[in-house]
Design a protein. Sequence first.
Length: 219
Amino acid sequence: MAKIAFSELVPHIKSLELPGLDAQLNMAPADRKQALELAAQKAIQKRYAAVSVIVSTHQNQETITLIQRSEYEGVHSGQLAFPGGKKELFDANFYETAVRETQEEIGITLTEQQFVRGLTPLYVPPSNFEVHPYLFVTGDYLEFTPNPREVAAIVPLPLSVLLDDTAVSTMDIDTAYNFKIKTKVFTFGQHTVWGATAMMLAEVKQMLLLARNSAISQI
């Protein structure tokens, strides 16, 4: 990232206007924009969830923590995702949901000192969830304790990969609902990130680029 550490970008990230849906749609499946427009016109009884976008250091690289979901009977079975989950009635707010679910899924207790900001909520038509993402930075590498019922693996995504345009391509993806969709994906190693997670990462990518430009302009 032009030799600028993520921690140095945090003040710039906090002051940015969120890129929002326009950035998210850069990585959307082919029919997602239309599905979101149709959903906005209807009084849909949504479900709600929150996730944590955690930046830490892994093998001397700044990374975002992704998880591979365990196999289950659901539309997101086996996919790469952020740690997080459904908002419960006892959660005071979406931030609390993200922190609680992260602790339950990967054994990491996030703190207010590590919190950077909330990102743009995203409605996910296949699961009928509106997902609220929250950005955190922890610095040092984390000692994960994955819950095997929910998490098959921890997958660190290097920020350098996220910012590399050659990591983006278009693929036909087999979905859990038994048909293929054409969508943009992030690929790194043996991993492919698509769908809602890729859309939220697209906003993070745009924010990192804007923050880096802001930081460079002040040098």
